[in-house]
Design a binder for this molecule. Structure first.
Ligand code: CAA
Ligand code: NAI
Length: 690
């Protein structure tokens, strides 16, 4: 047909195969080839049935996202689908890999679907701030009922072939070669003269019952986001409107979302996440080192979580502690974590046993000698880390990557404790390590390119989002967060209360405000560090002195009822804040939410600009990815640097200047990069997002 679409024959069966690496996105050439292939097979009286399949690693991963925002080129996906539905002979989609978005929608328009057991199908458009725009919201409810369809569409999570088979989404799971299986399947269809019934013509599953409740539950936490609401509307239309009308409304909703700010921001994050895997100075094709076994040193909060990441990815891991008791405690905590997941239905009991069996606990460091990748997660003390790395230098096998999970310490200094600094880097996981997807990979001055490539590859294998950063205090995420914390404290002194600050920040879209987050992490940790350094934070220190350590003591910046994690305003805290303000001679004033948001976000952007100036982060998009995956920055606002670009850096510059002058805090002065780009009318990203 063309360079992307091939048409061949197996006797009376036509096989249309698309080959558009890497993921068979439905770009224009593919659509044109499909329409042409379908036309020819329709007009050829010797063809009795058609199979649509894909070469390479997956069935269509969806529309080509790079085409969004550009002028549409005919034929659109709707025309491909119309050509399938108009076919007077059976059309079978043969699925492998991930049939996603427009790819799955195309399959839903076929008369039948067959798949290999490892295939997955889903409608992930909501993750790009969209809804399925090629009939998915109208066809899927007709196939599996509105309630289940809505769940798939609003979560965007794919389902496995077996589940899809059980639900009647696919008719057969093929063992062996997929195309051969699909051909055998369709020959039976032809021989049996099975009637051709399109999904669009079914309505037996379109029941409204339970739908409103399901919609409420699914969207409760997604306030502020346009796409999930549009998904609900579209699926409701499937129930109440005729097919064609529902389809038309779906198209209108899709066009509105695709042109909107939220989807643009989410598409930015999609590509930034993938771009982040490309690290400067590491040529494409650099081979990661072999990675069959791992070791973790320290079975504390982080070590246990990191060991789970390895086990979840099927990688055997040795975990080292200083005593049998501590080791047992760490492993018990891991087992308890898994049991909770099993009890919530997130993991099969057999799978839990399998994963636990991959974790091997020891008390002798010598046992890590066989590991390809070692991660140290002992206490945050430089001397201790240096000792551990000096020992690792003696014990670890040649070529093993030696990583530290430090959150603040100098990775280069740790590397110098070994005679192989080229093998040393930081892997900064976020707590809880088995849940949070961000992984900051800290590249030291001497780290070898293939060691970094190994860490990036490992990150992806652990289902993390790896972003490579340079060495500095706090790396990228925590260094920016520290700016926000300073400003949050200042807001309390000037007139705001913790609940007001948190409400403004959650109103902006964060899942949690800075003070609820501090309560969760525990206030005493920072207090002890400050005491050691002779530093003070007036409000937080006063709270700690009064036993407010956060959730663990039932009171911190907020109070907590027994057994609850809901932060409640605390009059005692309010009194403390007022006292500290008055001691400092500050005349308190009401601070509007808009100002709170600016002061929570702009100083972070400022620090991000300095981080870029220093080359600690490679691209503004890397910083955005760090904030979305590590700190709950609302993905539909695209990350702090993207957000700043959208507002315009002149505004950021002007407001930072104002806040610097008002507070006398010179660190709030706009970074050189902000001033320069603002003066040139540019943004961090070039070209700036429109
Ligand atoms: N369009 C364009 N490019 C795409 C793409 C798409 N739909 N999906 C993936 N790519 C690109 C990626 O940007 C990446 O490019 P680089 O190598 O240049 O960075 C490359 O394909 C490989 O992607 P991944 O690194 O993500 O590969 P993976 O194997 O880890 O994952 C995947 C594969 C599960 C398919 C994943 O890429 C994915 O989830 N893709 C997006 C799927 C999606 O959202 N589809 C819906 C599209 S919207 C739609 O279809 C609207 C509609 O209703 C018509
Ligand atoms: P933790 O105190 O929970 O665990 C540390 C464990 O290391 C303890 O169980 C201790 O017995 C063990 N240990 C100490 N010396 C050891 C040795 N020589 N050999 C083997 N085990 C040893 O600490 P946590 O929170 O897990 O932190 C570990 C590291 O991860 C620190 O560097 C910390 O800064 C970093 N980190 C912590 C995060 C968090 O949220 N807790 C987040 C990101 C990084």
């Amino acid at each position: 047909m063309n360079a992307s679409v091939d048409l061949r024959r197996d006797g009376e069966i036509a096989v249309v195969t698309v080959d558009n690496p890497p993921v068979n996105a439905l770009k224009h050439e593919v659509r044109a080839g499909l329409v042409e292939g379908l036309r020819r097979t329709r007009d050829d009286a010797t063809v009795e049935a058609v199979i649509i399949a894909c070469a390479g690693r997956t069935f269509f991963a969806g529309a080509d996202i790079t085409e969004f925002g550009k002028p549409p080129q005919a034929p659109g996906l709707g025309e491909v689908i119309a050509a399938i539905e108009a076919m007077p002979k059976p059309v079978v989609a043969a699925l492998h890999g991930t049939a996603l978005g427009g790819g799955f929608e195309l399959a839903l328009a076929c008369h039948f679907r067959v798949a290999v057991a490892g295939a997955r199908v889903g409608l992930p458009e909501v993750k790009l701030g969209l809804l399925p725009g090629a009939g998915g919201t109208q066809r899927l409810p007709r196939l599996i009922g509105p309630e289940k369809a809505l769940k798939m569409i609003v979560t965007g999570d794919p389902i496995e072939a077996r589940e899809a088979f059980a639900d009647g989404v696919i008719e057969e799971i093929v063992d062996g070669d997929l195309t051969d299986g699909a051909i055998a399947f369709v020959r039976r269809i032809v021989a049996d003269r099975r009637p051709l019934r399109l999904v669009r013509d079914r309505d037996d599953k379109l029941v409204a019952e339970g739908f409103a409740d399901a919609a409420e539950v699914l969207t409760r936490r997604l306030r502020g986001r346009e796409a999930p609401a549009a998904c609900v509307e579209a699926v409701r239309n499937a129930i109440v409107l005729p097919f064609e009308e529902g389809l038309q409304r779906e198209g209108e909703l899709f066009r509105k979302l695709v042109a909107g700010d939220q989807s643009k921001a989410q598409r930015h994050i999609f590509f930034a996440e993938r771009e982040a895997a490309r690290v400067p100075g590491i040529p494409d094709g650099t081979k990661p080192r072999p990675m069959a076994t791992a070791a973790v040193i320290g079975a504390g909060t982080m070590g246990g979580g990191i060991a789970m990441c390895f086990a979840n990815a099927g990688i055997p891991v040795t975990i080292v502690e200083t005593s049998r008791d501590l080791l047992q405690r760490g492993i018990d905590r891991v087992a308890a974590n898994y049991r909770t997941t099993v009890s919530r239905g997130g993991l099969a009991a057999g799978e839990m046993e399998h994963r636990l069996a991959l974790i091997h606990g020891v008390t002798e460091l010598d046992a890590v000698g066989a590991a390809d990748f070692v991660i140290e997660a002992v206490f945050e003390e430089m001397d201790l880390k240096k000792r551990v790395f000096a020992d690792l230098d003696r014990i670890a096998k040649a070529g093993a990557v030696l990583a530290t999970n430090t959150s603040t310490l100098d990775v280069d200094a740790i590397a110098r404790a070994t005679k192989r600094p080229q093998d040393v880097l930081g892997t900064h996981f976020f707590s809880p390590a088995n849940v949070m997807r961000l992984l900051e990979i800290v590249r030291g001055a001497a780290t070898a390119p293939d060691a970094v490539a190994t860490a990036v590859a490992l990150g992806r294998r652990l289902d993390k989002v790896p972003v490579t950063v340079g060495v500095c205090y706090g790396f990228v995420g925590n260094r920016m967060l520290a700016r926000r914390s300073v400003e949050a404290e200042r807001l309390l002194l000037e007139g705001a209360l913790p609940q007001e600050v948190d409400a403004a920040v959650t109103g902006f879209g964060f899942p949690m405000g800075p003070f609820a987050m501090a309560d969760m992490a525990g206030l005493d940790v920072g207090w002890r560090i400050r005491k050691g350094r002779g530093e003070r934070n007036e409000i937080e220190d006063a709270l700690c002195e009064a036993g407010h350590f956060g959730q663990k003591t039932g009171k911190g910046y907020f109070r907590y009822e027994a057994g609850s994690r809901t932060p409640l305003p605390d009059p005692e805290v309010e009194r403390t804040i007022l006292e500290v303000s008055s001691r400092a001679g500050i005349a308190r004033r009401p601070i509007p939410p808009e100002e709170i948001v600016e002061r929570m976000v702009y100083p972070m952007v400022n620090e991000g600009a300095r981080i870029l100036e220093e080359g600690i982060a490679t691209r503004p998009g890397d910083i955005d990815v760090i904030w979305v995956y590590g700190y709950g920055w609302p993905v539909w606002r695209g990350g702090p640097m993207y957000y700043a670009d959208r507002l315009g850096l002149a505004q950021i510059r002007d407001r930072l200047t104002l806040y610097a002058e008002r507070s006398g805090d010179e660190t709030l002065r706009p970074a050189t990069r902000i001033s320069r780009l603002a003066a040139e009318g540019r943004g961090f990203a070039s070209p700036a997002p429109s």
